[in-house]
Every structure is written in C-alpha cells, then in structure tokens.
Design a protein. Structure first.
Length: 110
C-alpha cells in the first residue's frame, strides 16, 4: 500500500509530540530551543545521507510502501520524517533520563 510507511512515521511523530507536550520534555519545555536543535539534527543527518549516497554507501531500495517522491537522488521523502522521529525520540529519551537522574539525586540527598 503506497504511503503506508509515511503514515506510520506521521502517527509515531504525533504520538511522541503528544507525550512530549504532556510531560514537557523537549518541545514542551523550551519550544524555540527545541525547534532549533531538531532542525540542526535533521539537517545534519540529511547531509550525512546525501554524502553517503554520493559515496555509494547508501541507496534507496524501491518499495510499494514508499510514496515515490525523492528529496534528492536515493533520499526518499520518508527519510525526512524518519530523521525527525529519530531526533525527537533521542532528545525525549535524553530529557527523560535527565529528569530521572535529577529525581534520583534529590532522593539521595534526603
């Protein structure tokens, strides 16, 4: 089914954003700073992808699950949303661990 992978990515991103805003982890804690970090992270990974394609390391395997639009040669549209998901999940995991360690440290002080 064409576009199924993109739909899955968008649903996953929506779930992460919902949890993030509910618990004020990354986007919910400092929206402007988070947007900048997210944009820089995604841009860095996209540059890495383009360099990998140019060196012949990465290539796109065709699938009926993909929409069929490419951002660049062998970089499908879905890659952008995958990288957003990757960066969001990494930053939210970092924020959760930071919060958990701070709570643990406060508990040890008592």
């Amino acid at each position: 089914m064409t576009g199924l992978y993109l739909v899955g990515l968008l649903v996953s991103i929506a779930g992460l954003v919902t949890l993030d805003l509910r618990w004020r982890l990354f986007l919910g804690a400092a929206p402007l700073r988070a947007a900048i970090v997210l944009a820089v992270g995604v841009a860095g990974f996209l540059a890495w992808d383009v360099a990998g394609v140019g060196l012949g390391i990465f290539f796109e395997g065709r699938s009926t699950l993909l929409v069929g639009l490419d951002l660049a040669r062998d970089v499908p549209l879905e890659e952008l949303f995958f990288l957003i998901l990757l960066c969001l999940s990494a930053m939210e995991a970092f924020a959760l661990m930071e919060r958990a360690l701070a709570r643990r440290a406060r508990g040890a002080e008592r």
